[in-house]
Ligand binder design. Sequence first.
Ligand code: SF4
Length: 315
Amino acid sequence: MTIMVALSVNDLVVQYQSQKKKVHAVDHISFSYKENESIGIAGESGCGKSTLGLAIMKTLQENASVSGEILLGDKSILSMSEPEFTKNIRWKQISMVFQGAMNSLDPVFTIKKQFEEILRKHNFEGDYKQTIESAILSVGLTHSILDKYPHEISGGMKQRVIIAMALVLKPKMVIADEPTTALDVLVQAQIMILLKKLKKDGLSIMLISHDLGIISEIAEKIGIMYAGQIVEFGNMQDIYKNPKHPYTIALLESIPKLGETKKIIPLKGNPPSLVNPPSGCRFYDRCPQAMEKCKKEPPKIKTASGFVMCWLHEQ
Ligand code: SF4
């Protein structure tokens, strides 16, 4: 069986122009993964992971400029016109659960009306009732929720509704940006069970999160982002068992483990400014193993299943 490349990002750059400053939010990142695979993008707040998701969905703010290439199968997303992308790709092949989206449900309309609005916006011509009910059932809710207003349902139900809205036109791939953040641990677990079921049913998920624990439950591939760059990329299992980049190691060591009493040592300092990012390794000021040559641009070294940007792994 030939496995298709689901998504391929090549040398992607996203910059935000803010007053007189240019913020280098995503800086020359490249990675790819295959159809039916899921990927996690991990990193701390402000590292560019949400910007990456928005760039793939072509929903960046007007002050953003984008260069590079994003291929969905063999289709170049960035060179597509907005009407063509809306007609053929957005929500039909690839959709997104935006960060904090459950708070954006309109309080004055029922859930059903809000589903209908999505279908209308995407010029859907099929059976509205059947399509909406099928999406609602796929996330483990019942039809009765459709006549309710957002304030009448719980946070966990709202998040399921948001996921159902992303699935309503049956895309092959969903980008889920922090889908469990701000939910209590029990609801988080339920949402993870739901995402795993959807993945088992054939959905490819790009899970954006600061939480490596939840990514490890769902992804075959992972990209670790730091200050606008992917500093390590590869198979989830390889990186989880044998992390190479000092930042990945620090992220994994920050996950508390049941029964372990080891003190978690926080990283010193802060990520560099993305207005004037350093030309050398961006982790230099915080890295416990930094060397003189790290002030130069870090190398991109091939690993068994991906790459790592760190001089420590120079062959
Ligand atoms: Fe640390 Fe140098 Fe590797 Fe950067 S390139 S992570 S500073 S060892």
